[in-house]
Design a protein around this ligand. Structure first.
Ligand SMILES: [Mg+2]
Length: 235
């Protein structure tokens, strides 16, 4: 790790297992969605999501009135089964996950080495940021309610796909421009990006950043285009 002035990290597959999101968070939201919507039917965020659901359904040629709660819930469950990333569905999932974290129904997974080194880097004064396809709100819940406690204070900021897709070079340039607003004189090469996905690392490298590839469960290819490691201890 040479001349790194700031670390930008991915979450899933990098600091934390992919299975937590896939096997815990998504099924939890699907299981709790019908009851959650009915219990919070007067909540303005839920109302807004239901109205957007009706609008999106209408665009698909499926007319449902905004007060037909059961039909709207059925539509949302259909989108879950189709893995459709509809905005109102994502909003409701976020609300349900928040309740689940607050109730202690689950805690976000962290690889022990990730927690250990994030703390070390933070304590040594290195600014830490997150870039994940999960919304900033979801990222904050994730680190706020992790199995290693509240890790949110370790991070100076969070980026999501409002910066652009994770495999696009422009997204990393957008993030750099944001970082430069608070870190005067920061150059792309001062930033180390951590991810488990080669295409994301390719995009970050193209933007001029340093990269490290987390390959926790797979073999490191001999011709890896990025520095590849098994754990944060090797970074
Ligand atoms: Mg990842």
């Amino acid at each position: 790790m040479q001349n790194v002035k700031l670390i930008l990290t991915d979450i899933e597959g990098t600091t934390s297992s992919i299975t937590f999101v896939k096997d815990v968070l998504f099924p939890y939201a699907a299981d709790h969605l019908p009851a959650f919507v009915k219990e919070h039917i007067n909540d303005e965020n839920v109302q807004a999501a239901l109205q957007q659901t009706a609008q999106l359904a209408a665009e698909d040629g499926d007319v449902i009135n905004a007060d037909e709660t059961d039909a709207l819930i059925a539509k949302l469950l259909q989108w879950i089964s189709e893995d459709r990333k509809a905005t109102p569905l994502k909003a409701l999932q976020g609300l349900i996950w928040k309740t689940g974290y607050e109730n202690g129904d689950y805690k976000a997974h962290m690889y022990p080495d990730a927690t250990e080194y994030l703390k070390k880097w933070h304590d040594s004064g290195l600014p830490l940021y997150v870039y994940s396809s999960g919304s900033v709100q979801a990222q904050e819940l994730f680190f706020g309610y992790s199995q290693d406690g509240n890790l949110l204070p370790l991070f100076k900021g969070h980026f999501d796909t409002l910066m652009g897709g994770k495999r696009e070079t422009q997204s990393y340039l957008n993030i750099l421009a944001e970082l430069q607003k608070t870190h005067t004189g920061l150059n792309a090469v001062d930033v180390l990006f951590l991810s488990d996905i080669k295409e994301e690392l390719d995009a970050a490298k193209e933007a001029g950043m340093q990269t490290v590839w987390l390959l926790r469960d797979s073999d490191i290819p001999a011709d890896a285009a990025h520095k590849a490691v098994k754990s944060f201890a090797e970074i």
